[in-house]
Design a protein around this ligand. Structure first.
Ligand SMILES: [Zn+2]
Ligand SMILES: [Zn+2]
Length: 333
């Protein structure tokens, strides 16, 4: 692609820019903004397309994995494999939410971001040394925000009217990451977007390219956490404080504990992972005790432990919906 400096848009948007010094990606970036002509519109279209491609693109491998029995041995709740009909139903709901909630919000986000001084059409992109700490900060902000807001969503009225939809699947799958009430998409989505906006407000040193990398990583995190699979090479086996599917799947199965998204530390510090750790300890002890038993017997026992946790979860959900404990029947002797 050649750049013609006589075109007025190049002059007004990129004065004194040496295009030959730009990387291929930066050149495509310039070409896109010049082609659309309006930075706000160009950023809005790109943001929406990025989200769609990454969300569904990342979910596709999990759909394939769900269709292959070979992978069942790494499924966290092996008895609960989503059917094609369930996946399609979920896709439709997610698409409705993307077009009716996310699209208008993106329209609001872009002018806000620009008003706060976020760089959009500008080139070159920031250096990796600048981007990495910023992205890490956004991860930490979102994780804490989600930890607090998610627990609030488990409070009676909020659960009943909003968060119950996301808990439709006690064994989640990749596509279900954003299967939620529009208000939840708005509330929890704020955790992803507010970090960059607040950072930008205080520093005015943020490029939307960095925000895009953050959003791509956050989407990978959310979809993988809902995948329902735990492999020996899953990230939490390498980085012990990473949450991953092994952590969030329990939240769906047990309806309680593990409220954070990316990291395990807040649940650990605040004691909202005790049931999860008890369950893991029981599974480990059962496997240890059944070292010489057949694989099938071990699986049966594991399933029994899962069923117990899920039964307790059903009761906990009923309590959350009522907004208080369910009274036990007292037998008068
Ligand atoms: Zn929840
Ligand atoms: Zn979830």
């Amino acid at each position: 692609m050649t750049f013609n400096a006589t075109i007025p848009l190049y002059d007004s948007m990129y004065p004194a820019t040496d295009f030959s010094s730009l990387s291929w990606l930066e050149q495509q970036w310039v070409a896109w903004y010049v082609r659309i002509g309006s930075p706000i519109l160009a950023t809005s279209i790109m943001s929406f397309l990025l989200h769609e491609f990454v969300y569904f693109g990342r979910a596709i491998p999990w759909i394939i994995i769900d269709s292959m029995p070979y992978f069942r041995k790494w499924k966290l709740q092996p008895k609960k494999v989503p059917t094609a009909a369930e996946q399609w139903e979920c896709t439709k709901q997610v698409l409705i939410s993307h077009f009716t909630i996310e699209l208008p919000l993106i329209g609001l986000f872009q002018p806000t971001a620009e008003a706060l001084g976020m760089k959009t059409y500008h080139v070159p992109f920031p250096a990796w040394q600048t981007m990495i700490p910023q992205i890490f900060l956004f991860f930490c902000f979102e994780d804490f925000f989600h930890f607090v807001a998610h627990q609030a969503l488990h409070y009676g009225p909020l659960y009943r009217h909003i968060h119950k939809i996301h808990h439709k699947y006690s064994a989640p799958f990749g596509l279900a990451a954003e299967y939620a009430h529009p208000a939840e998409v708005f509330i929890l989505g704020a955790g992803t977007i507010l970090g960059p906006l607040i950072y930008c407000y205080f520093t005015t040193n943020l490029h939307i390219f960095t925000v895009y990398i953050w959003i791509v990583l956050r989407l990978f995190q959310a979809i993988d956490a809902h995948s329902g699979y735990d492999f020996p090479w899953s990230l939490h086996n390498i980085i012990p404080f990473w949450s991953g599917a092994e952590h969030h799947d329990f939240h769906h199965m047990a309806f309680t504990n593990n409220f954070s998204t990316s990291f395990r530390w807040w649940d650990m510090i605040c004691g909202t992972d005790t049931k999860y750790r008890e369950y893991r300890a029981k599974v480990r002890a059962a496997k240890e005790a059944m070292k010489n038993a057949s694989e099938d017997d071990v699986k049966i026992l594991e399933q029994k432990l899962m069923d117990e946790v899920e039964a307790e979860g059903i009761r906990a959900e009923a309590e959350a919906e009522r907004g208080g404990p369910i009274e036990k029947t007292v037998k008068v002797q």
